[in-house]
Ligand binder design. Sequence first.
Ligand SMILES: NC(=O)c1ccc[n+]([C@@H]2O[C@H](COP(=O)([O-])OP(=O)(O)OC[C@H]3O[C@@H](n4cnc5c(N)ncnc54)[C@H](OP(=O)(O)O)[C@@H]3O)[C@@H](O)[C@H]2O)c1
Length: 270
Amino acid sequence: MSGRTVIVTGASSGIGEATARAFGRAGDRVVLAARRVERLQQLAAELPESLVVPADLTRSEDVARVASEALARYGRIDVLVNNAGLGKYDWLERLPEEDIRAEIAVNLIAPILLTRAVLPAMLAQRRGVVINIGSVAGKIATPTMSIYNATKFGLDGFSEALRREVGPQGVHVCVIYPGPVAGTEFGAKTAKGAGLTAAGSRWRRLPGLRTSTDRVARAIVDLADRPRPGRVVPGVYGVGIAINALLPSLVDLLISRVARRARDVPAATD
Ligand SMILES: NC(=O)c1ccc[n+]([C@@H]2O[C@H](COP(=O)([O-])OP(=O)(O)OC[C@H]3O[C@@H](n4cnc5c(N)ncnc54)[C@H](OP(=O)(O)O)[C@@H]3O)[C@@H](O)[C@H]2O)c1
């Protein structure tokens, strides 16, 4: 498919940047939203007919402007990719309140508000696709990731409800659940305050458990072409998600043992 108007938030790096390129290559017009304007402008230079909308998505007025500028320029919105996000991992009692609020604002409130802003256009068109970037961490919760888990589980519940709410009107709501992704800035911004995170990053390096921004971007474009409720990338994480759903007490036991040991590990510096 081509010729669609697609909004991608967090298009200045990582998954968002790769996704914007993938839609651009498919012949779609891409609205690029994030705070780092120069990065967006560089990307826009590669993507004909794209539009840069500088936006701090913690600000309601910026969220509204992303939708209104897209509509003013193109007159329609076919696909919304709610991708911008961040994760600050640490034991809950060590997380500053402002970090908690900022993470919830970007990962959960902004996607809800931006979806609400584009929905009238999609409902009037009687078609549209909203793709929310969740995470395997939106299906399996682990110590030191409680706020990130809360935002991604929240996004998942929001998506399920909205899919049932607007599906009958021709608007699809999808979630993609990536495992760890190489080539993003995500890890560098993630506070690694706990030994558990260091332990986790060891197994995430195992072959097959990490994916690439291009692979996630292709999966997102594929969802826009053929909407489905959800997709896990790489698919192997589907096994862990199923085990966590079917045997939560066993997973509690295993993860709690690791968490107890990690409490004794001094804070990591990298
Ligand atoms: N990397 C992974 O391993 C992984 C795994 C599963 C899910 N995810 C999810 O994938 C999504 C993209 O993350 P990524 O891995 O590509 O990380 P990334 O390279 O750090 O990209 C994050 C993007 O979010 C934008 N952003 C952050 N705060 C913002 C704000 N206040 N206003 C507007 N934009 C903001 C950033 O742009 P500016 O800084 O320019 O504003 C950036 O473009 C996130 O939702 C993340 O939770 C990532």
